[in-house]
Ligand binder design. Sequence first.
Ligand code: GRF
Length: 192
Amino acid sequence: MRKIRIGVLGSGKGSNFGAIAAAIDEGRLAAEVCVVISDVADAGILKLAQDRGILSHALPASRFRTKLEPEVEAELVRILREAQVEFVVLAGYMRMIKEPLLEAFSERILNIHPSLLPQFPGLHAWKQALEAGVPVTGCTVHWVDAGMDTGRIIAQREVAVFPGDTPESLHARIQVAEHTLYPEVLAGLAAE
Ligand code: GRF
């Protein structure tokens, strides 16, 4: 079976990347992670990639908080192209995607968000869910467009909110759902 070539972008601990890599190892996902890139030099996701012998890159520090300088994003595109990536997988990547990347990988960038979009876009979606008092939240895999968590939804998984949940306990339960949903969505793309 053909393997899809993916590049993973993340800013944090990389548990979604770990789940994707495990799905590949276990034969549940016909994919190859060609490169892992982070905007955070000491992010756990880079260490996980290195431990697996996967090509990894740290981008230079940015003077902006929520986006990259256009020239840094152009460099990111260059790295992804050089690695012959077909799909860009955002896994806890904390910056907005701008034109250089959006144009280069149009309709080929995915994100996972810890809520049932369009509910609770933006930061700390699990806290937003707790504060809103909803009985059910979840996670969403969607295509990335220029907006904040606004792209077309591919798949969602519900997660119950329990009385007594803390932000941490709820986020942990949402992450368990993320770790099955993201590999399943990617496997669906690989089967197309
Ligand atoms: C996930 O909860 C994801 O939904 C959000 O950022 C978190 C990343 O976690 N976008 P990890 O780095 O994959 O562990």
